[in-house]
Design a protein around this ligand. Structure first.
Ligand SMILES: C[S@@+](CC[C@H](N)C(=O)[O-])C[C@H]1O[C@@H](n2cnc3c(N)ncnc32)[C@H](O)[C@@H]1O
Length: 270
């Protein structure tokens, strides 16, 4: 996996080049999208209000004590990807401890069985350690630091990168830690603010590889009409999802060996 990630990393300038070419067409695409949205919203029924988001409720209630700094639209993204881990024996790592408030928020959200790890470059963050929170002091851009971390923490289910926000730090963290995430695990990198973030370009190269197509011979068998042997990446990565300022990479619960297209029905053609 690491060798693979290394190759993808080197390929990153190519998607950036395409993205830059595409950006010339963006105003037209955006105009068309906006027109369609405007005609839709006038005829749409009102949807019911969203159910309360426990993380947002917790955040709104914090008025004093250890500080938390989060964009409000992150709470929906967190809850969408992290909900399945609530109440479980989940190991969560947040890079970027700052004032310690977010570590307490994760503990509250995931429940008493969770184990929270924090990483920060600032020694002063050590004081936020307690019986369910362990804080490591180190530089997320340093591969040697991650080797020591992995030797001490064998299992991680969720990684939230809210640390230094430099592209090289985000890439090193991703490359060192993706293979350390458990099956079904979630990697979330936040604060990807500004167009053409270097880490988003890197992930675009990664996403292209999610579409690798290794067609095995097409068969008469409609149950296995087309089959493509899964690459190492396809076998372990379920999805890469982008939100404003956030990228999420989800791992599969079980490795995939092949991608299959079936034919159902008896009438074909027009
Ligand atoms: C935006 S703050 C984290 C906010 C916190 N997660 C919250 O939600 O309230 C960023 C933190 O990253 C830490 N940091 C900066 N560079 C780092 C690096 N190279 N490795 C690890 N942590 C780093 C800073 O010391 C700071 O505490």
């Amino acid at each position: 996996m690491l060798r693979f990630l290394d190759r993808i990393g080197r390929a990153a300038p190519q998607p950036l080049h395409h993205a830059l070419k595409m950006s010339g067409q963006m105003p037209l695409l955006w105009l068309g999208y906006r027109r369609r949205q405007q005609s839709r919203t006038s005829s749409q029924k009102k949807s019911p209000p969203d159910s309360p988001n426990p993380l947002r409720t917790y955040f709104d209630a914090v008025r004093d004590g250890p500080g938390i700094l989060k964009w409000l639209h992150y709470f929906e993204v967190y809850d969408r990807h992290f909900r399945k881990f609530r109440g479980q024996e989940v190991n969560i790592l947040e890079i970027g401890v700052y004032s310690g408030g977010s570590l307490a928020m994760w503990r509250d959200y995931f429940g008493p069985k969770c184990r929270v790890y924090g990483v920060d470059i600032d020694q002063r963050c050590k004081k936020f350690e307690n019986e369910s929170v362990k804080v490591f002091i180190g530089d997320q851009g340093d591969r040697e630091f991650w080797k020591r971390f992995k030797a001490e923490v064998p299992t991680i289910d969720i990684l939230i990168d809210d640390g230094g926000h430099q592209t090289y730090q985000q890439i090193v963290t991703f490359e060192e830690m993706l293979s350390h995430l458990q099956p079904g695990g979630v990697f979330l990198c936040e604060d990807l603010t500004g167009e053409f973030s270097g880490f988003v370009s890197y992930l675009n190269g990664f996403v292209h590889k999610l579409n690798t197509y290794r067609l095995k011979a097409a068969r008469e068998d409609h149950e296995r009409y087309l089959t493509s042997q899964a690459s190492e990446l396809q076998s372990h990565v379920r999805a890469v999802t982008f939100y404003p300022f956030i990228a999420v990479v989800e791992k599969r619960e079980r490795p995939l060996t092949e991608l299959v297209a079936q034919k159902h029905g008896t009438l074909w053609g027009w």
